[in-house]
Design a protein around this ligand. Sequence first.
Ligand SMILES: [Zn+2]
Ligand SMILES: [Zn+2]
Length: 792
Amino acid sequence: MKRLRLRVRGQVQGVGFRPFLHGLAHRLALTGWVLNDGAGVLAEVQGDALERFLAALAEDAPPLARIDAIETDAIPAQPDETGFAILASQRGAVTTGIAPDAAVCPACLAELFDPADRRYRYPFLNCTHCGPRFTITRALPYDRPQTAMAGFPLCPDCAAEYADPADRRFHAQPTACPSCGPRLSHSIAEVLAALRGGRIVAIKGLGGFHLACDAFDAAAVERLRARKQRNGKPFALMVANVASAERFVEMEAAERALLEGVARPVVLLRRREAPTLPASRAPSLPRFAGEGLESPPLRSGGGLGRGQASSSSTLPDAIAPGLAWLGVMLPYTPIHHLLFHEATGRPDGTAWLERPQDLALVMTSANPGGEPLAIGNDEARRRLEGIADLIVDHDRDILIRADDSVMRVVAGAPAFLRRGRGHVPTPIRLPRSGPPVLAVGGHQKATVCLTRGDEAFLSQHIGDLDNAATLEFLEESVAHLRRILAVEPVAVAHDLHPDFQSTRFAESLGLPTLPVQHHHAHIAAVLAEQGEGGPALGLALDGFGLGPDGGSWGGEMLLVEGVGFTRLGHLAPLAQPGGDVAARQPWRMAAAALARMGRGAEIAGRFAACGPADGVRRMIEAGINAPPTSSCGRWFDAACGILGVRAVAGFEGEAPMALESLVRRPTVLEGGWRIDGGVLDLTPLLESLLQINAQEGAERFHGTLAAALVAWAMPELAARGLDRVALSGGCLMNAVLAEALSAGFAARGVTALLPRRAPANDGGLSLGQAWVAVQSLLQEGLPPCASPFPPA
Ligand SMILES: [Zn+2]
Ligand SMILES: [Zn+2]
């Protein structure tokens, strides 16, 4: 008879771990006990099947558990012991964390559609393996009184399940049933009728309200777009399952896994219909050829059998105008599932869940005016008035907002475009442990990051800090993270830019502050999540970040060593006529590129229809209000402007997304670049685009840019004996570019490290800032970002 003491670390509380161990011990006829304490789960097990027990522990753990370590010690057996007990939590227990929100599990779905079950069609059912977590938790310990369920005393039936170690709702803090839990304001039938009637419905979800409408109803989609003033920004689509999604999009195994995972992000998937450029948005340049862009018919057997909508078998273009991808997500709350269940005639059982369904919903964040997502019932009524025709809410509060995560598969693995619900507050492991620090990110797509030991807690997506409400959300997110982690930071890291709201907030905290250069932070974020100590070479391909020289950076080759970095090179500077406004008007960057080619005289003729073309030419030539920038994003804009792909962008990133959409197969123009003294100049590539159509140009721009970047970085890598290169910055959300770079480096024996746990864009900045600050504190006395400046 052997006895083991086990320590299990990781996300092992509030996820059904103790009932799992209890059940496992019973099956294997083991005795002992298990309890939660401040470090995770502690257990003692005794019997003959300990090997099998340990194997099952690692393999069959509950779906929401994340085991970071299992430590075992052989201890003396206790011959008289009988049974296996779940003991009361020890003092200081449940400090190890809160799980992210998770999609309804299969066991709960079986109950939801079983007419004999007491939770049949109950919109708030959940268990220890699924349901709300992060968004309903106010503070530690993670216990019902600290959640939005505090006001819902358990009924006797629920209380019995909650107390039964053999039940999958044992200590399920958010558990509820129709007699004791939250209630929905409208019946599912009413909600569906409104959607089918073309109305825009606000539906309270896990991390905030969505605005929903029937995705096949072009008028409703246009109305939603007009009311939300969304300027062409794509809407996400919710469909019942993979079989339904496949009518609209293509999908590989990795994408399917992402779509069906418990985090249920919005996944960018390639549309079956090729995109067309909406006439109203495309500039009237003659070169935009339509070959290859006609919409092929949908595959037959699409199964669109529903009345009117079947006559138009494709989705309205207004969902994602001119883009090759659709953002698709699957249902993740019981309310979502019930809508599809209602739409398909309320079948019993779960077989229908796998079959293609006709209903498809636009589901977009209810964040009018670029302000944070609405979460409160009164707030929704106030802020969504005039946008939503119907507001569907309930009496379970959302305590912290979390937008849907947005992901795509890049170079064969998942990458974040936006990190939110389903992923926060899962920590990212840092290469080293250090003092707790806070980092507040940049200006756009802000996130904050709080560290505890070697764990970095990257917040959910907060948004662009353009308004007071978003700044308030940032402050709330910091307070919430401090509360749920019980951590007080000793320093705060921020961007080098003195005028960012985030920088001002950092300075208001009364803590030592550490400025971190923007692109240094981008590269540090990749190194942090991938456990790379450095020195490391990084390419930061980005929009805008302030350099220590006061210049506008964004296409940088950096050598990062510990807390410092060296700028080894950068993209050739382009004038940015009009400053910030040029970031939304790609034609201005095209004009700057023309001037660089010595073809300034052509600017007025080519761009007369786009804006004050001759004025822009004069600004560029006189160097007035046309600051130079080495931004890779602006080089993308210049290509878009030259090729006539979005002369003016409705939202940040629209033009390069449209350009990427056109690429089928990147091509390389030999001689398309020049490298001189560390400066990579793409002018020959841009000049060649004047001669070809948009699709050919898009393919040439992507392929040649990637080849040029590889050619630029290789000598620097070789000179230092490095075989890895870190890639980050907003341009790496472009899968074509990321994949071409990965392949290009791989062909030369270099591994490209891409951001996987944090977004490549500014949403990942706070992670990099935090990692630089942690290292800086560990090596006291060193400045956070010494920047020896090489000749440019
Ligand atoms: Zn469940
Ligand atoms: Zn109940």
